[in-house]
Design a protein around this ligand. Structure first.
Ligand code: FAD
Ligand code: MLT
Ligand code: ZN
Length: 514
């Protein structure tokens, strides 16, 4: 009886909305969310560095580098969106946004800024969740938006070469036309850039299958603070020639260079994809279902996500979606990708039958129909967007041992009590990555103080990571010490000093101010 309900695909048509359509601009403009306080006011202990201020002659120089004024934005209404982050948690007051189209232009801009000691903030799709993508004070924004050329996609080698401002979803579509798949996927794909993904070493929904970007990125071209172009564009998987400099740019969040071009290995697209959406009674069952999935599905497991009841309630409510099953304390989204439908279905059937017989999974639905799979994925991908709809959301993206994985959600819920509208937990359980989110009607210092450093101390005590995939940006610099030993921190400062002696590249980010 269970099996039949398990394999009957649900035919509900869900409404369509992507992350890119719910930009901060629309949300703030509709009065639904508050324009955040200036970062220098919300975080008064941060002091502006000894940088020059942009003058009219600087603007004229940028216009001459970029061939006119239409790629040098200076009007306040044009640049407001570049000063506020996606979460509405930080706000800078840059006066200038530059939009280069080529590596040479980026190089000229940086050489000039370095000589003039003008600080810059590289910006991709501005979907970052740690306040790294917008200026803290008046740093010049270098937007990579116009660097969106795909140079080559080779189906034989699987190598895609492009400029860093390409939108992830566009790359996914172009790769699919060649029978390939991008090695990363995330809810912000409609807006985020591949350069932003690599700069943050973004994880996402299929890391469990394809690993992180340190493996998939074969080559990087980046411009350093003094304008030097580092051509590290290897086209081969194997290249052991000295220090692997490209890794310095992957995950350094624009503090060591501006990434301009990339070469990425794209695996062959799977012919057979299935998505299962499961209901479970408790966290222990989630953990054991993950183990059973790893053991039973092996190489075809391509995603393993956990969602708690409040998270699902939030995405279904705010986006008018309908879950194919309800109501359970926990849900799991398990995806398989393989090359043989019969083989994959047999594996999935065996795994699910056994999980249900053991009482791990109570109910669920499985589908291989593209529209239905997309609709199930929306339930998960739109959680992040839905949680900021309450007004403000404190986001914690932590790696934790699976034994203690969900306890922190319960502990924080009790700690903040009615100060929060909801405290939820979801995430990439396949990678031990929990997204702990605390939504409230608006930003408040009382709840902020209850949450930090508490969440980071808790994480450090179980030897977790204070940032699993979103990076450090501006919001977490104080807490880097919970995951990095003093010797490592000292080496990071030395590297920064070596590569950017004037400190112009994305100052106040990643490294704590000394
Ligand atoms: P931005 O936000 O513009 O910038 C991020 C950082 O990179 C900044 O420090 C910026 O200075 C730097 N940067 C950007 N471009 C360059 C460049 N070309 N050269 C040098 N530095 C640069 N993250 C995950 O890891 N996994 C997820 O599953 C995930 N899901 C998300 C879902 C939603 C709905 C949202 C809103 C965000 C999500 N994120 C996720 C966070 C975010 O999307 C990623 O960090 C993304 O990789 C950022 O890309 P971006 O182009 O928007 O970069
Ligand atoms: C996700 O997995 O949905 C993202 O990392 C965004 C978030 O933390 O909400
Ligand atoms: Zn995530």
């Amino acid at each position: 009886m269970y099996l039949r309900s398990l394999f009957s695909t649900t035919g509900k048509q869900l409404s369509h909305r992507t992350a890119s359509q719910t930009s901060w601009l629309r949300q703030f403009a509709s009065g639904h969310r508050e324009i955040p306080a200036l970062t220098k006011e919300r975080y008064p202990s941060i002091k502006r560095g000894q940088f020059s201020e942009v003058s009219d002659s600087d603007v004229a120089q940028f216009e001459s580098i970029l061939g006119g004024s239409n790629r040098v934005l200076t009007q306040p209404e044009e640049i407001q969106g570049y000063n506020i982050d996606y979460l509405g948690s930080v706000r800078g007051f840059s006066r200038v946004v530059l939009k280069p189209k080529s590596t040479d232009e980026v190089s000229e801009i940086l050489r000039y800024c370095n000589e003039r000691k003008l600080a810059v903030c590289p910006q991709g799709g501005n979907t970052g969740l740690v306040g790294g993508s917008v200026p803290v004070f008046d740093e010049i924004v270098i937007s990579l938006q116009l660097m969106d050329k795909i140079e080559r996609i080779d189906e034989y080698s699987g190598i895609l070469v492009c400029q860093s401002g390409c939108v992830l979803e566009t790359l996914e579509q172009k790769a699919a036309e060649k029978g390939l798949v991008m090695p990363l996927d995330l809810g912000a794909k409609g807006s985020c850039h591949i350069g932003g993904n690599v700069s943050t070493n973004a994880g996402g929904l299929r890391l469990v299958r394809y690993g992180n970007l340190h493996g998939s990125v074969l080559g990087v071209e980046a411009v350093t603070a003094d304008g030097r172009i580092m051509d590290l564009m290897s086209n081969f998987k194997k290249d052991n020639t000295g220090y692997h400099l490209k890794h310095l740019f992957i995950g350094s969040e624009g503090t060591l260079g501006v990434i301009t071009r990339l070469s990425i290995f794209c695996p062959t697209a799977s012919k057979s994809v299935n998505v299962a959406f499961l209901g479970l009674e408790n966290y222990e069952s989630v953990k054991n279902t993950f183990l059973a999935a790893k053991q039973g599905l092996g190489e075809i497991l391509s995603s393993c996500e956990m969602i708690d009841a409040l998270s699902l309630e939030s995405s279904t409510y705010h986006f008018n979606l309908q879950s194919p099953i309800d109501k359970y304390p926990f849900y799991m989204l398990i995806e398989t990708s393989g090359s043989n439908m019969n083989h994959d279905e047999e594996k999935l059937t065996n795994f699910l039958t056994s999980a249900m017989e053991k009482g791990l999974v109570i109910d669920g639905t499985v589908t291989n129909e593209p529209t239905k799979m997309r609709n199930i994925w929306k339930l998960r991908e739109l959680i992040a967007d839905s949680l900021i709809n309450d007004g403000y959301c404190f986001k914690y993206d932590i790696s934790l041992p699976l034994d203690n994985f969900y306890d922190i959600v319960l502990a924080v819920r009790e700690r903040v009590g009615p100060l929060a509208t909801k405290v939820t937990g979801y995430g990439h359980i396949g990678d031990s990555n929990l997204h702990l989110n605390v939504s409230c009607s608006k930003y408040g210092t009382e709840i902020h103080k209850l949450l930090e450093p508490y969440v980071y101390e808790y994480t450090s005590n179980v030897r977790g990571s204070v940032s699993a995939e979103h990076g450090i940006g501006f919001l977490k610099t104080k807490y880097l010490k919970y995951s990095k030993r003093p010797e490592s921190l000292a080496l990071m400062h030395q590297l920064k000093q070596l590569m950017d002696p004037n400190g112009i590249l994305n100052p106040y980010k990643v490294l704590p101010q000394v």
